[in-house]
Write a protein that binds this ligand. Sequence first.
Ligand code: HEC
Length: 154
Amino acid sequence: MLRILVFVGLMFVASHGAAQDDGTVPEKQTGQAASPAAEQLSATPASPVERGKYLVHHVAMCVMCHTPKTEDGKLVTTRLLQGAPMPVGSPYPRQRWAFRAPAIAGLGGFSEESLVTLLQTGSRPDGAAPEPPMPSYRMTEEDARAVAAYLKSL
Ligand code: HEC
């Protein structure tokens, strides 16, 4: 029994030592490989329009409500963010609910300041809030302006 324990112990020390020998070098290599990639990222920051596009399509998902869909639920990309009917009603019978999401491509007649306030606070500058299911966002000013820049570019 003791012999087995000693053997296992030795195996452990051996493999542990080996792991350290192996581990040290790749760790350094990873570090070296990571920093040029990080530099590259910071050297080419996304433009506000690119960042806005990412937020609108992949994070805040504005496209899913403000773009019409085909019968099988795909976005009609030729009418991107040009307004769409809301296909679902509120789960709460007495809740106010909008049946249409307006056009927001090219800002859709909304001023940049009003959109930025809406995306930062959930309300327009006059204090009124759009009806659900329009989400009440709490974006940073930078993100809200990036979304506005992207919508303006459409
Ligand atoms: C879950 C669906 C949904 C999502 C996601 C969504 N919206 Fe809306 N949005 C609506 C609906 C519905 C309305 C209409 C509300 C009303 O009539 O009061 C609306 C209204 C608006 C308005 C008009 C506000 C006003 O003052 O009348 C703007 C601007 C707007 N959305 C921008 C956005 C942007 C930008 C995003 C993404 C950051 C977004 N929406 C995401 C459903 C959505």
